[in-house]
Design a protein around this ligand. Sequence first.
Ligand code: MN
Length: 231
Amino acid sequence: MSYVFTPPVQVSVPVVGLAERFPVHRIYCVGRNYVDHALEMGGTGREAPFFFMKPADAVLVAEPGSTVAMPYPTLTSNLHHEIELVVAIGIGGSHIKAADAAKHIYGYAVGLDMTRRDLQNEMKKHGRPWSIGKGFDHSAPIGAITPAAQVFGIDSAAIHLQVNGQDRQRSNIAKLIWNVAETIEQLSAAWALQPGDLIFTGTPEGVGAVVRGDTLAGAIDGLQGIQVRME
Ligand code: MN
C-alpha cells in the first residue's frame, strides 16, 4: 500500500506495567452523567444518556510521573476542566448488554474532558453541534491505562481534581447516573464499539476555568494520576 502523503502516526496511550501501548480508535464522551454536575449545567439532574465525540488525535498523553504541557486553546476565554473516568475498550461489539460489558473493557484511566465552555454555551444556545467546544486539539489529556484485571473497586472509587493544589472537583464513581456497564450498553446500541475506543464517562460537579500557568492534578483511586500544566 502506498499513500499520497505519509499517514498520521497512530495515537496511543501507555499501559501500566507494559511496554506495549494502547492504540486509540475513537473517543466517545458521555454528557451530564453525575446528578450534581447536570444541575450545575442547568439540567434536571437525571436524563437519558447522550454522547458526543472528540477526534482520536485530541489525546494528550500524560506520561506516568511527569507533567504534560497543554497549550491554552485558541478562541476561548473560559477553558474548563472536567475530570473523568475513562474506559478503554479491548474487545468491540454492537448491542452489548450491561451484564456482558466487563469482558469488553481493556482497562481504565484518568482523563480530562477539557472544554471551551464559552464556545460550547454559544453552540447550545443556537442548537448547534458542540465540536468547537469539545473536540479541539489537545482537548483530551489522559493518563496511563491500568488493565482491568489490576483494578479493584473502580465502581466506588474516589475521583478528584486539584488546580494549583486546591480542590476543585471531588466525588465518587458510585455517583455516575449511568454506570460503566450501562453506558457501554447504550453506546454500543448506537455505534459498533471497536478495540481502541476510549469512553470518557462524564464529570462530577465543580467544573471551572483554568488559565495559563495553572497546574491540574487529577486522580481516581487505584489508577495512575495525571498532571497537566496550562501553557
Ligand atoms: Mn465531560
